[in-house]
Design a protein around this ligand. Sequence first.
Ligand code: NAP
Length: 461
Amino acid sequence: MSLDESLVSRFVGGLRVAVIGAGPAGFYAAASCFKVKDLPIHVDMFERLPSPFGLVRFGVAPDHDKIKSVSRVYDKIASHDNFRYFGNVEYGKDLTLEDLLSHYDHVIFAVGTQGDRALNIPGENLEGSVSAREFVAWYNGHPDYSDWKIDLSAKAVVVVGVGNVALDVARILAKTTDELKPTDIACHALDQLRESKVEDIYILARRGPAQVKFTLHEIKEFGDFENATTSVRPEDLELEPGSAAELERNKLAKRNFDVLQSFSETVHTSSGRRVHFLFKTSPVEISGDGQVESMKVVANKLEEQEGGYIQSVATDTFKDIPCGLVMRSVGYRGTPLAGLPFDEKRGVVANTNGRVVDAPGGAQIPGLYVAGWIKRGPSGVIGTNKPDAQETVKLMLEDSASREPCENRSPDSIVELLKQREVDFVDFARWERINAHEVAQGEAEGRPRVKLPTAEDMLKI
Ligand code: NAP
């Protein structure tokens, strides 16, 4: 990208950009800023937690270490001369929108999604019905979940949904602690999983095996457990014409299907854990006396809609699955941010291609942008956030032509403000010390790291 000269002369010293959120989208937004030629862009990144990397640290499953190595790319971005990191700074508490707009020419929110889609069925809020997002945050050592309680004394668990998150949580429940120990799983989770009584894990898909959302690598792992077997009911693999056509068209869907087919011959034994995929099955009600005891499910048939979408339609065949734990894994949802309009329908900050607008489809609010899941919703893999952030930054630069430079242009003034407010912010060098501490603790135990469980523990380093 190159820019016209008037911009360079107006934003003396370069453009000042605040990025809120230190996950993949935030880092890719910073990287896009640093690719701009002719105009220096200074990026200050603010993160509520002391540690950066968002879902790479707290979302990616502990046994998916390779995916986590993307943090090295973010380390490199953080080493840019024009980058500063401010961890342990909470938007809306330590800094307001007004503070940001007076110190930065543009603000990009890349805070991800902090909520869950609901099932909207009776019993959803019973004790023992949890969201996969909470379980993931807990086993990944997210500081907000260090005291979270989960009862793993149930023999049967139902996981609702067939996206990659559903597979992550089911896999963590199915694995032995010997399989999990060499990972960076939180110590509290490993201790509790060691005592787990879970024997049967039911994964419910409302549609068929041709409509799954998970990816090939993730489903293949279900054939490789040390002490668990995976089954698919052969009748679930009988395809109606719409699904058969889908597999003809979509090679990835066909490869997923082939793996599922290989599970149809599984004969579960009484030893070891058993994972059961139940396709064309929807939850209807969760029941129990204060605590989850069973789930009523309905068998679905599939119907092709206009446009080719394969829809599940409930039949009148019901069944009860006795279970003590339900994990709802039907998608994340954004939550509103102070001072920003929210699009309730999509569960994201109201925006058009990353420009924040005053209402869905409405007028742009100058200076405010979004990137990542709070922009487009919870979809795609980590790399998807790169083009997404590039799009936002491109529009932000276009808008700079009509933007007045912010009032406080000194890089020191935000530091002064945070100090005045006694915010114990973590810069990148301090994060690197926290990181080195965790890695050293891990080395002693043959693990990639031992995560510090709370923000206070991190701040002590
Ligand atoms: P997702 O991929 O959108 O999957 C959501 C699942 O929930 C779908 O199977 C959906 O079925 C189902 N569902 C939605 N509403 C339902 C309802 N009312 N009743 C029953 N089922 C319902 O979401 P996700 O698993 O949370 O993943 C979010 C994103 O993160 C995805 O892009 C995913 O690939 C990514 N991710 C990637 C990895 C990885 O690369 N290893 C790991 C974790 C997450 P329908 O299809 O019928 O709507």
